[in-house]
Design a protein around this ligand. Structure first.
Ligand SMILES: *Cc1c(COP(=O)(O)O)cnc(C)c1O
Length: 356
């Protein structure tokens, strides 16, 4: 049976990425050696890393003056690296979910943290608007896509202080204006590659302003100076990311991908809104085009486990909602084909015919 992978992360990757990575693991560029056993200082790997950086810059139109890094430690390491490198006295955080809360908690180790707004009162089902950012904050930290709660900021904010964004689960899903951000980071394992590598896009002039000493491995400037090669980088995950970037370019770039992503999300949300059994959990204007959260209407609540089994029988994988929301979550990242959404929608319709 064909499987449709709706896992939240690690998650679906393009078939191209997987095939090319398998080939390189067996024999890189006909060298007779595996990607896993070559030196990260070799010409072959240097070319891989350089191409990944330049393709990232090309696909997101990253302006001059920014660096692209591939680091270890996951997005969670960035929760501490960001304040370590950028927080002098005060930082502002927009609290839109579990990951945003975790980022905020780490920042408190480094200085005063102002929570400018939070949607915790409504189980993070919306993105707060109309809040004030202290003009003397070193930066404002946002989470553009809330993977667990299925809400997303659909525009690039204009703010009066440097803007830092966790884009783990929506990077490359839509065209964006990188020039509005001082720093963007994310774990690769949602939209880009396998777990084990973290991308960081940083405006160089934001660095070097904090007074504290920074340990080498947590110092952005040192990683920039060494081209992500201060120590051994995660070579295989970086290679896989490069394949995904190539796949996006072949598809016509991020704006083409965005058209497909919007269509996919619309298809699924339309079904959720029109199917008598289901309802969405996120505020409509803030609905994510990457993570679609939905539950069963109260009077059908008891059928959730049955639908899970029903959908599983039709090839759906990973649609169980996160425990903090319940119900279902379909993660429909860049690599999810329209066909996967159509299969899920068909399963929802068929189940409704049986039960409603
Ligand atoms: C998954 C996720 C994280 C955590 O990523 P790790 O690489 O596991 O540390 C952080 N932020 C967001 C928005 C995520 O989706």
């Amino acid at each position: 049976m064909k499987k449709y992978n709706f896992n939240a992360g690690p998650s679906i990757l393009p078939e191209f990425t997987i095939q090319e990575t398998v080939k390189a693991i067996q024999n890189l560029n006909g060298s007779g050696l595996s990607l896993m056993e070559i030196s990260h200082r070799s010409k072959d790997f240097e070319a891989i890393l350089n191409e990944a950086v330049s393709l990232f810059k090309e696909l997101l139109n990253i302006p001059e003056g920014y660096s692209v890094l591939f680091l270890g430690g996951g997005a969670s390491m960035q929760f501490c690296m960001v304040p370590y490198n950028l927080l002098n006295t005060k930082a502002a955080y927009l609290n839109t979910g579990t990951w945003a809360s975790k980022a905020l908690k780490e920042a408190k180790l480094f200085g005063e943290v102002v929570e400018v707004a939070s949607s915790k009162d409504a189980n993070f089902s919306y993105i707060p608007k109309n809040y004030e950012v202290p003009a003397d904050a070193d930066y404002l930290h946002i989470t553009t896509n809330n993977t667990i709660f299925g809400t997303e900021l659909h525009t690039d904010l204009d703010v009066n202080v440097p803007l830092v964004a966790d884009m783990s689960s929506d990077i490359l899903s839509r065209p964006m204006d990188v020039s509005k951000y001082a720093l963007i980071y994310g774990g690769a394992q949602k939209n880009l590659g396998p777990a084990g590598v973290t991308f960081v896009i940083v405006r160089n002039d934001i660095l070097g302003k904090v007074k504290r000493a920074i340990p080498s491995m947590l110092n952005y400037q040192l990683h920039i100076d060494n081209g992500s090669m201060y120590n051994t980088p995660p070579c295989v995950p970086i290679f896989a990311c490069l394949q995904t970037l190539k796949w996006i370019k072949n598809l016509g770039g991020v704006s083409e991908l965005y058209k497909i992503n919007k269509k996919k999300a619309e298809l699924l949300y339309n079904e959720i809104d029109s199917n008598p059994l289901f309802k969405g959990t996120a505020a409509k204007e803030d609905r994510s085009i990457m993570n679609v959260c939905f539950v069963m209407e109260d009077k059908y609540k008891a059928l959730e486990d049955e639908f899970m089994e029903f959908a599983k029988g039709k090839g759906m994988v990973g649609i169980k909602g996160h425990r903090s929301v319940g119900g279902f979550r379909a993660s429909i990242y860049n690599a999810m084909p329209v066909e996967g959404i159509e299969a899920l929608v068909a399963a929802m319709q068929e189940f409704a015919k049986l039960k409603a």
